[in-house]
Ligand binder design. Structure first.
Ligand code: G16
Length: 543
């Protein structure tokens, strides 16, 4: 086995987005493309000689090939131990847990999350740091800078590691350990939640439908829900991870998990429906006859978390991304704990979690999690819901209704305009930015704009500043519209419009969301001129 120094030239497009570098598979298949990015990661890190690195992915097309490359490169660059999930499989939260459990230096996670997989679909590479969380901007900026000047990468000439058998092999001086991807994660969940109570609930006839979307969560959900909690076989659907996710988008929203939604709205619906995404960090929660928005789910989980043993001591604080609704703010206020508002991207929660300032975090983009790992965690959210349902012995509908009666309701929807011309998307945002100062005090119908800004974040722990994180239009009474460009797409631009209307306690809390926010939808078009800029008159996806 020898180490090769391979001469290379930079690719200009290796800027990590909201969550790592995501591109189409053929882009990653260009000679040297993955190697350049992995070497740029390694060149941006210091002090890892002899340390451990976790490597795993969501099983999508091209996963195994890049895992072999990453193993050879990590070994050639001086890592001492490389931990790989069997089959190349690790859900994103399980990878985060393994980094922490083994005191690893970091991890390389191969995933494009909820984006589709297959020979012409999406792939991604992300680096996580020693706390188990996504690399902060300081590191992703360094990786991008390095990718623009890189001129060589180091790789072992070595045979492929057998990824399908647990055990140890050597690549040069590095020990490569192939490990069970599920066991440690399942044990962690057992420590956080009251498994006997959930088992009893299920034993009493409570029915669960979990859609793993042919993605990475299948083996985790089968082990936890069916084997450890006693749910009947078949509770987990689409439980085998497939390289192309069965041809579907592994995105647990009302569009791509439509069959589950329709079932949950039917007359013989199970008591609880849930789904998770490509890499297992997102969640969808649907009760019998009721979809719980991710923003509401965060608020309801935070309000009830003390019912689970892992959170019985209470929460230190709650953090949410800026576009996430303010429902959690009212829970934080009632609990007398701080609420942190961060930019979009789980990486912004890491410092707050490490400092013990926040215990639970969440995002409108179907992500919820806690300080147990440093990623959002789909199954964790499902299990916390089940723990709460087991403790309260009420339906999801009853819990939601009581929650709104106590805190008021944040009606909420996100409208996505996908595959928009990049220049048109940029122009829309630039145009809005230019008009921000003139908006406060103006009215659109009965809505009066109270404030308008471009969200900036000052990290209270390390003082980092992040600017240009989304345009906020705030109306009197707590309603709000947010405009921003997605940082996770792989073709063109995606414009996200987040629409929220607050209905206080005592108001009309039982409306259809579309009706409750209809005037704000009209206002969004009036303010931003979406049709004028993009030619689109309706969103592609509403969640
Ligand atoms: C990633 C990030 C999330 C973010 C989401 C959407 O999720 O980890 O923090 O909310 O993207 O980002 P954007 O609106 O920029 O597309 P995931 O599940 O794709 O890793």
């Amino acid at each position: 086995m020898t180490i090769r120094e391979v001469a290379t030239t930079p690719f200009p497009d290796q800027k990590p987005g909201t969550s790592g570098l995501r591109k189409k598979v053929p882009v990653f298949q260009q000679p040297g493309y993955a190697e350049n990015f992995i070497q740029s990661i390694l060149d941006s890190l210091e002090g890892f000689a002899g340390r451990a690195l976790v490597i795993g992915g969501d099983g999508r097309y091209h996963n195994r090939a890049v895992i072999q490359t990453a193993i050879r490169m990590a070994a050639a660059n001086g890592f001492g131990t490389i931990l790989v999930g069997r089959g190349g499989i690790l859900s994103t939260p399980a990878a985060s847990h393994l980094i922490r459990l083994h005191g690893a230096f970091g991890g390389i996670i191969l995933s494009a999350s909820h984006n589709p997989g297959g020979p012409t679909e999406d792939f991604g590479i992300k680096y996580n740091i020693a706390n188990g969380g996504p690399a902060p901007e300081r590191i992703t900026d360094a990786i991008f800078a390095r990718s623009k000047t890189i001129d060589r990468y180091r790789i072992f000439d070595a045979p492929d590691v057998d990824l399908d058998r647990d055990g140890e092999t050597r690549v040069g001086d590095a020990v490569v350990r192939v490990i069970d991807p599920v066991a440690d994660y399942a044990t962690l969940m057992e420590q956080l939640f009251d498994f006997p109570a959930i088992r009893e609930l299920i034993g009493s006839g409570f029915r669960i439908a979990f859609d793993a979307m042919s993605a990475v969560t299948g083996p985790y959900a089968i082990e936890i829900l069916e084997h450890r909690l006693g749910a009947p076989k078949g509770t987990v659907r689409n439980g085998t991870p497939l390289p192309d996710f069965g041809g579907h988008h592994p995105d647990p929203n009302l569009v791509h998990a439509r069959a589950l939604y329709d079932e949950m709205m039917g007359s013989d619906a199970p008591d609880f429906g849930a789904a998770s995404d490509g890499d297992g960090d997102r969640n969808l929660i649907i009760g019998k006859g009721i979809f719980v928005t991710p923003s509401d789910s965060l608020a309801m989980l935070a309000a009830n978390a003390h019912l689970a043993p892992g959170y019985a001591r209470g929460l230190a604080g709650i953090a949410r991304s800026m576009p996430t609704s303010a429902a959690a703010d009212r829970v934080a206020e009632a609990l007398g704990i701080p609420l942190f508002e961060t930019p979009t991207g789980w990486k912004f929660f890491g410092n707050l979690l490490d400092a013990g300032q926040a215990t639970i975090c969440g995002e409108e983009s179907a992500g919820t999690g806690s300080d147990h790992v440093r990623e959002k965690d789909g199954l964790w959210a499902v299990l916390l819901w089940l723990n709460i349902l087991a403790a309260r012995r009420q339906s999801v509908q009853a819990i939601a209704t009581e929650h709104w009666a106590r805190f008021g309701r944040n009606y909420y929807a996100r409208h996505d305009y996908e595959g928009v011309d990049t220049a048109a998307g940029d122009a829309l945002i630039a145009d809005l930015r230019g008009r921000l100062a003139g908006l406060p005090g103006t009215t659109i119908g009965a809505l009066r704009i109270e404030a308008a800004d471009d969200f900036a974040y000052h990290d209270p722990i390390d003082g980092t500043q992040s600017h240009g994180q989304g345009i906020r239009i705030l109306f009197e009474g707590g309603s709000r519209i947010v405009f921003r460009l997605s940082g996770t797409g792989t073709s063109g631009a995606t414009i996200r419009v987040y629409i929220e209307r607050y209905e206080p306690v005592g108001g009309n809390l039982g409306r259809a969301t579309g009706d409750a926010i209809a005037d704000l939808i009209v206002a969004a078009e009036t303010i931003a001129g979406i049709a004028r800029h993009t030619g689109r008159t309706a969103p592609d996806v509403i969640t």
